[in-house]
Design a protein around this ligand. Structure first.
Ligand code: PLP
Length: 483
């Protein structure tokens, strides 16, 4: 009841009609952005502090019109954006997005679901389980990673968190599930190659094993882990009274896309009863295509595996797919049941509660965007684009080989080409700087064998042959100017 003395309380919320209007404007804005992103300088050119200096010192006391906010995105934010969705983005590893992914993300935000328990939104859990089982088939992964076996998949935010999850489960298994209860005695040891991603080191540190108990195993001439050295180090550690517990191998290292020999490492882990984690953050996507599945040979020996659709499968950040062979080991590591989370479905044992599969409690409805991507492209569509990226990178590698001023710095099995000019580190450093300053493309570097190396990754959603051709022409021309 309202009368003149008690007027309707004021609401500051955006009405559904306003949301409809501004939502359309935002979708139009994104569509326009995708149309023009190619023409923007790829790497943001602002100086440190420049964006902040233009923002008001105080938050607004009164709400502002939405039109103003969207205009300020163009005016204040866009100058500070590095365009990861540009077809001329060849840096790091891609973080590609697509229309269906963005729309799935929008729906997920609209529903605002919190999927910590099956009971808090059954569709959030069941769609995730289903899509993760689909991916096992789509990538030709071992059946043991399916929810219909003893394992299963869960969507995490990042490969870093998957690595942490794997190390924690390995730690618990190796201590007879006592680490969580009594803490550690400093004897657990973990292994990865010198080329493993830094997230493995972080995971080992956070899990309490201690950085000093991470052994970085040397690599061969292709930058892949040497299993003979791994076996030798494990034996030496056992000899010293330590307890080896975890090995991480990489399918597609960050620096050079090196492929660790999964089967041989897995056999060692089996013989030594070590948790074997396989990090395929970017290159896992290649397994969509049967001809690239050789990179995953031996994966049936792994305890856990992850890859990032948010890198190379057209699914916007964040979306990492983590699979385990033995979900009971995960649940035993992470499960904890406060009274306020008790519910009938959980107690029936008939449902999955994904909160027990990782560190955090709350979780977003990420499966929706992945489901949209898979349904929009279909397996054939995804394969088509992955093959196209690999084909373009291989063409680029051929051009490098054919230009006597340049050399390949590592094998290029998929969509990453590591190369350098013959004129030495300083020249390559200047070359990279000049290329990135041009605004026409964005490349990053690494060191391989102690030498400065340029990396060219083909994986952005809208990259076509003409972009890779233009990039190579720009690299050649800039090298000529600097010589
Ligand atoms: N593993 C590898 C091989 C990577 O290349 C990367 C990132 O580039 C990561 C892990 C970390 O990925 P995320 O950002 O998902 O933690």
């Amino acid at each position: 009841m309202t009368d003149n003395l008690n007027p309707q309380p004021r609401s500051y919320h955006m009405t559904p009609d306003e949301f409809r209007k501004y939502g359309r404007a935002v979708v139009d804005w994104i569509a326009d952005y995708y149309e023009r992103v190619e023409s923007l300088p790829v790497l943001s050119r602002v100086h440190p502090g420049e964006i902040r200096a233009k923002l008001p010192a105080e938050p607004p006391q009164q709400g502002e019109p939405f039109e103003q906010m969207l205009a300020d995105v163009d005016r204040l934010i866009m100058p500070g954006i590095t365009h990861w969705q540009s077809p001329n983005f060849f840096a790091f590893f891609p973080s590609n997005s697509s229309g269906p992914a963005v729309l799935g993300e929008l729906l997920s935000a609209g529903l605002g679901v919190q999927g910590m328990l099956w009971a808090t939104s059954p569709a959030c859990t069941e769609l995730e389980t289903h899509v993760m089982d689909w991916l096992v088939d789509m990538l030709g992964l071992p059946e043991k990673f399916k929810s219909t076996s003893a394992g299963g998949g869960v969507i995490q935010d990042t490969a870093s968190n998957s690595a942490l999850t794997a190390v924690l489960a390995a730690r618990e298994r190796a201590t007879g599930w006592a680490g969580n209860e009594r803490g550690l005695d400093g004897r657990l040891v973990a292994y990865a190659s010198t080329q493993a991603h830094s997230s493995i080191e972080k995971a080992v540190k956070i899990a309490g094993l201690g950085r000093a108990n991470l052994r970085l195993i040397d690599v061969d001439e292709t930058f892949a882990m040497r299993p003979d050295l791994l076996a030798r180090q494990i034996a030496a550690d056992r000899q010293a009274g330590l307890v080896p517990c975890f090995v991480s191998a990489t399918i597609g290292t960050t620096s050079s896309n090196a492929m660790d020999p999964i089967r041989r490492i897995g056999e060692i882990c089996r013989a030594e009863n070590l948790w074997f984690h396989v990090d395929a953050a970017m290159s896992g996507t290649a397994a969509l295509c049967p001809e690239f599945r050789y990179t995953h040979d031996g994966l049936e020996l792994a305890d856990s595996y992850c890859f990032n659709p948010h890198k190379w499968m057209f699914t916007n950040f964040d979306c990492d797919c983590f699979f385990v062979a033995d979900r009971a080991a995960l649940i035993r590591t992470f499960s904890i049941m406060p009274e306020y989370l008790r519910n009938k479905a959980t107690e029936s044992g008939a449902v999955i509660d994904y909160r027990d599969w990782h560190v955090q409690l709350g979780r977003r409805f990420r499966a929706l965007k992945l489901w949209f991507v898979i349904r929009h492209y279909g397996v054939e569509g995804l394969r088509h684009h992955v093959r196209q990226h690999v084909e373009l990178a291989q063409r680029f590698a051929t051009w490098v080989r054919e230009d006597e001023r340049f050399e390949l710095a590592a094998p290029a099995p998929l969509n990453l080409v590591c190369f350098r000019h013959q004129a030495g580190d300083e020249f390559n450093r200047k070359l990279l700087e000049a290329l990135n300053n041009s605004g026409r493309l964005y490349l990053t570097h690494t060191t391989l064998g102690g030498r400065y190396t340029l990396r060219m990754v083909v994986g952005s959603t809208y990259t076509e042959a003409r972009h890779v051709e233009a990039a190579w022409a720009q690299i050649q021309a800039t090298a000529s100017q600097l010589a």
